[in-house]
Design a protein around this ligand. Sequence first.
Ligand code: 13P
Ligand code: SF4
Length: 386
Amino acid sequence: MARKRRAFASRRESDCISDIVSIAVFAELMPLTRDTRNRAETFTGPACYAPQFMTGNGIAPSYPSLPPRPPAPDISSIDPRLDLESEIRNLKRQKNAVLLAHYYQEEAIQDLADFVGDSLDLSRKAQESDARIIAFAGVRFMAETAKILNPTRKVVLPDYEAGCSLEDSCPPEAFRAWREQHPGAVSLTYINCSAAVKALSDIIVTSSNAEKIVRSIPADKEILFAPDRHLGRFLSQKLGRPMTLWPGTCIVHEQFSEREIVRLKAKYPDAKLAAHPECPEPILAHADHVGSTRSILNYVTTAPGKRFLIATEEGIVHQMKKLAPDREYIPVPPDNGCRCNECPFMKLNTLEKLYLCLRDERPEIILPEELRKAAEKPLLRMLELS
Ligand code: 13P
Ligand code: SF4
């Protein structure tokens, strides 16, 4: 069983390589463009948040570079006779470790976790944890966020290479240059970015709190939104608030097929579509509900109806089935028949690597303190405003 899992893990890793190469190419080629400027004049926000940090001319300095990337986990050092689930449970107990997992993790990892949640809830859990070790089963920016918010804990993740296409689309120096072209603008940055980009931002947002935070920005302030252009466009249109958008995208949410949605809706006229705002506009146009992973989970398990089409990473279906097993959840397929509705980064984490990261307490997130402190400020603003 363990061997079978290992073979599967390495197949997944090789599948990821082509995605990662295309992300790198994307980051090189994609020009920085100004995007939608729509329905600007009519917006009047509620009580405004006008903090002094929105300087535009006080963009943070460069930070010392990160330590070299840690070596890949050595799967061959695992005794194949081990029952990994029970070893992981034992290690958590012996080492006073808490396991936080995102909804996109494989089912076995979700079932071992002390808490499963969306980016915002996981940030809060990490911040309040008093465990000696936080093992973060998610992608690297999530583990970095845990370290930024709770620096005295040791934060480890199963695979340090678990990145994110949004993070990759937004290199810190290009982001800094973009900010410098817009003096006086407020930069709202999606949590799916590196610590260095966080450090250059005014306020971090997640898909759970972005709407509330955008509403809190004075109407006369230009908003720079990075790195997810689909989430930015969705917010801009919904709130009638112009924004200048960074051209990043999620390689998973970008792949859902509109044609498949139309076909599924024709086949199941009663089915409701729940979609993540990282999806492109034509997908969201069909949605009955748009929201973060937690909000999608709440919707499909409590809204009237028995059948739901899911336009987000299909790992979350596991929690749906646990919470409301009497309903039907149909993941929307991608356009080209690939398994692209699985996040290749999230799926780099396996039980084997989780076991190793608890056993060896690495790879560990290490951030220079100056960078950590600078990245903490916009995260704390987010938590205050959420
Ligand atoms: P959530 O904040 O909705 O969990 O989204 C995180 C993410 O990476 C979606 O692709
Ligand atoms: Fe990043 Fe997309 Fe994976 Fe979420 S699903 S971690 S946005 S690549």
